[in-house]
Design a protein around this ligand. Structure first.
Ligand code: NAP
Length: 316
């Protein structure tokens, strides 16, 4: 990998269609911006109409020739995920790039409308359902890619099959780490299944390093309370260590667009001494456990009601 890979290396994306979840701000906004500037038609998929429309307006103001579209998607609500994919399929034929970027971290134990723990559903399960419902559209385009956003914290995670929704034991770091490990397990399992089925879809994993964003900013409206001491501390550390969100976007942009990207590589945001450039990261051992990946996959199908019939196989 070019050690100084940056947005200028993104190839011409004219004719491509891309979806970026969580594009209303932070790293997702920067990913959407660069994909659009390089010619892709980009669907900004986020839950809040005003924030997402404002993000689209900012992209158009900075780069008037870009083609962007707002489509509301609340990953904490599986009906919203289904509505999103129905609307997408009515408006578009194939899908070239899906960046599963949206994420949440922090707050007290919260259940979504579907009765699932918030980190688990927003960060992982909602994206599992979204990708499954878009599979037929992805396989219409040669070389299409699904990019899943994890975090360094995945290496501390464990999939608590006995308590997936953190009902018996909850800490937001524990729940976040579980969801981010699930993102990695999903990325690699999806890739294995797509290869086996030969449908031409690549699934790639990434993480932005530490980036300045809205994560942990304190979301009273979501959390029903202000930031706790631990959340405050992590937020301060994030601010000190963080690189700008546009640099945090580069690893995902590499995975989504570079012709030499491969699904076996975990591309992460480098910290010191070359902050901001994507590089090849060490995959946490737990993320390569095929038994866990398969078990999580099967539970996820049951929890979401979304079955990957075109790529499920008994021969993995
Ligand atoms: N920043 C870091 O240092 C860091 C480090 C490691 C990994 N990550 C990962 O990077 C990704 C992007 O995070 P970020 O740092 O850019 O955070 P951010 O600024 O808070 O952005 C998160 C995005 O996700 C959206 N979102 C939240 N809940 C949603 C829901 N229920 N449905 C749909 N969209 C929802 C947010 O929309 P609203 O505007 O409506 O809230 C926002 O657009 C996440 O997956 C995160 O885990 C970040």
């Amino acid at each position: 990998m070019n050690p100084k890979w940056n947005a200028a290396n993104i190839p011409d994306l004219r004719g491509r269609t891309a979806i970026v979840t969580g594009a209303s701000g932070g790293v997702g906004y920067e990913i959407a911006f660069q994909l659009a500037v390089h010619g892709a038609h980009v669907i900004l998929a986020s839950r809040n109409h005003d924030r997402t429309s404002e993000a689209a307006r900012r992209i158009k103001a900075a780069a008037p020739k870009t083609s962007v579209e707002v489509q509301l998607l609340d990953l904490a609500d599986l009906h919203s995920v289904r509505r999103f994919t129905t609307t997408f399929s009515e408006r578009h034929h194939g899908l070239d790039i899906l960046v599963n970027n949206a994420g949440a971290s922090g707050g007290p134990h919260r259940l979504t409308k579907d009765g699932l723990e918030a980190h688990f559903q927003i960060n992982y399960l909602g994206h599992f359902a979204l990708t499954g419902l878009l599979m037929s559209r992805l396989s219409l385009r040669a070389g299409s890619r699904v990019v899943s956003m994890s975090s360094d914290i995945a290496s501390q995670g464990r999939i608590h099959f006995e308590d997936l929704q953190s009902q018996h034991k909850y800490g937001f770091v524990r729940a976040y780490a579980q969801s981010k490990l699930a993102n990695l397990l999903f990325a690699f399992e999806l890739d294995r299944r797509c290869r086996q089925a030969g449908n031409g879809v690549m699934s790639l994993a990434t993480n932005p390093g530490v980036a300045r964003s809205g994560l942990l900013i304190g979301k009273d409206a979501d959390w029903g309370r202000p930031r706790s001491g631990t959340e405050n501390l992590l937020r301060i550390l994030q601010n000190i260590l963080a690189q700008p969100a546009e640099k945090g976007a580069l690893p995902a942009l590499y995975q989504a667009t570079d012709p030499s990207a491969t699904s076996s590589e975990y591309v992460i945001g480098t910290k010191w001494p070359r902050p901001g450039y994507p590089s090849s990261g060490k995959i946490p051992r737990a993320a390569l456990d095929r038994t866990t990946a398969r078990q999580l996959w099967e539970i996820s199908e049951k929890l979401t009601g979304v079955y990957y019939t075109s790529i499920n196989t008994d021969h993995l």
